[in-house]
Ligand binder design. Structure first.
Ligand SMILES: Nc1nc2[nH]c(O)nc2c(=O)[nH]1
Length: 447
């Protein structure tokens, strides 16, 4: 087994003090080296990290990969969530299998190049002919070597029953449940080092039936997989829940048996104090999506209070029609800035933002084997260089990466394998991928 010594990084994000290097062996971090001591046993390879800041691989807790095909689409510009969705559903109804492959690969590549090692996606569109969407996402992730949590999304409440989406993009409950079970049985891996995991993800209160929320909770419990949905993203959604169910969002979540560990919510903005306490007590995870929340003017997540109440808190770039990028390290900067706006500069440090993006995200996705630099954990790492104009004159490296606006990782490692080297994904023809993806985006918009 090869032993790799990552030697003397410029700086390192680690809970332990005085760490000046680490050893990677068998896909894991086998040893933390302190105070410039060499490894206990000889290493086969030494990586001189004097120019690198080493952080745990970044964890993206919410995305919609297919939306990379509808970035900055004129019909959806400058709108809030409901009209934005209503304008996009008919476009997304035209997705094809090759568009899913291209958009998944492109979104994953973008995430990886910005330091991501574990990414969750929420795919909830299954028009006819697209039954294999999640299988295609698995193939894209395996090709690129990134860890993924792919959530089987669903929409079952169409316009004719009072929901937001047109009938063309909703499915029957039985179809959803059968496919959910098939995907878990086919792809879900368990245990440390899992590369592909599944979770179940009815889309949002205004696009699914209460029956599919309850049945998904039962199925998730049966197979011990995660549960995911959009919740408390907008005040329109809150009004919908009050009108449709006579309940606020958290009461609605409780009524369908979702208030439990393993559930994580995208956005989680419009909660009152009592709801935050209930979510924290239930250990429900929250994925803060700062860019999307600003683009759609949805509001500001109460991330610090949710975390203090006991909720795991992570970050997500959200879909690329409401961000419209998938840059993970860029999202960490936005989270720090938006949360400062809410709580004040002294209340939110760069270390808080790094924590949400690493160990917080891993906790949201139910992973105890990644998200930190510690002996015995997966060797999932992101290494940033500070050799760009934007960093010149900076002092504290971990603060500078966020304050000066890092955009790209120089190296990324997943389970001991380099997935990014010198700012490129080995074996990926990114120009061809972009050309094909652009073409697919034009075809989709012209349909
Ligand atoms: N930001 C987003 N919110 C959503 N709610 C919903 O039902 N779908 C979406 C989405 O794609 N993005």
């Amino acid at each position: 087994m090869t032993r790799l010594w990552i030697k003397q990084p410029l700086d390192l994000l680690c809970d332990e003090d005085g760490v000046t290097g680490l050893v990677v062996e068998g896909g894991c971090i086998s040893e933390l080296l302190t105070h410039d001591k060499p490894p206990a046993q000889p290493c086969d390879v030494t990586f001189d990290a004097r120019e690198h800041v080493v952080v745990p691989g970044l964890v993206n807790c919410h995305h919609h990969f297919y939306q990379t095909l509808t970035r900055a689409l004129p019909a959806a510009l400058n709108q809030e969530l409901f009209s934005w969705l209503k304008n996009l559903y008919p476009v997304w109804a035209g997705l094809t299998p090759s568009m899913i492959s291209l958009s998944s690969e492109l979104a994953l590549a973008e995430l990886m190049l910005s330091g991501c090692t574990l990414a969750a996606d929420h795919h909830y569109l299954f028009p006819q002919g697209l039954e294999s969407a999640i299988d295609l996402q698995v193939a894209a992730a395996q090709k690129l070597g990134i860890r993924v949590v792919l959530t089987r999304g669903s929409m079952s409440l169409g316009e004719k029953d009072g929901g937001l989406p047109p009938q063309t993009v909703v499915q029957t409950e039985q179809t959803i449940l059968d496919d959910s079970e098939r995907l878990i049985r086919t792809h879900h891996q368990t245990g440390d080092g899992a590369m592909v995991q599944m979770a179940l993800a009815p889309c949002s209160p205004f696009s699914v039936t209460t029956e599919i929320m309850r049945a998904s909770a039962d199925l998730a419990a049966q197979y011990q997989v995660g549960l995911h949905t959009h919740l408390a993203e907008t005040l329109d959604e809150e009004a919908f829940c009050l009108q449709q169910f006579g309940l606020r969002t958290v009461d609605y979540l409780d009524s369908v048996n979702w208030l439990r560990p393993g559930t994580w919510l995208a956005h989680g903005i419009h909660f009152n104090d009592e709801e935050i306490a209930r979510l924290g007590a239930a250990k429900v995870g929250v994925c803060h999506c700062p860019c999307s929340n600003m683009v759609l003017a949805s509001g500001i997540c109460r991330a610090c209070e949710l975390e203090a109440a006991g909720c795991p808190v992570g970050l997500g770039v959200d879909g690329s029609a409401s961000n419209d990028g998938s840059n993970m390290v860029g999202e960490v900067r936005q989270a720090m800035m938006l949360q400062r706006l809410r709580y004040g500069a002294a209340a939110v440090s760069h270390l808080d933002a790094w924590r949400w993006a690493t160990q917080g995200g891993a906790a949201v996705l139910g992973r105890s084997d990644t998200g930190r630099i510690a002996a015995g954990l997966q060797a999932d790492l992101a290494l940033f260089k500070m050799d760009e104009l934007r960093f010149s004159g900076s002092h504290e490296p971990l603060a500078a990466l966020l304050l000066c606006g890092a955009q790209k990782a120089d190296r990324v490692m997943v389970g001991g394998e380099w997935t990014v080297i010198d700012g490129e994904i080995p074996g990926l023809d990114r120009h061809k991928l972009m050309a094909d993806h652009w073409q697919a985006a034009r075809t989709l918009a012209d349909r």
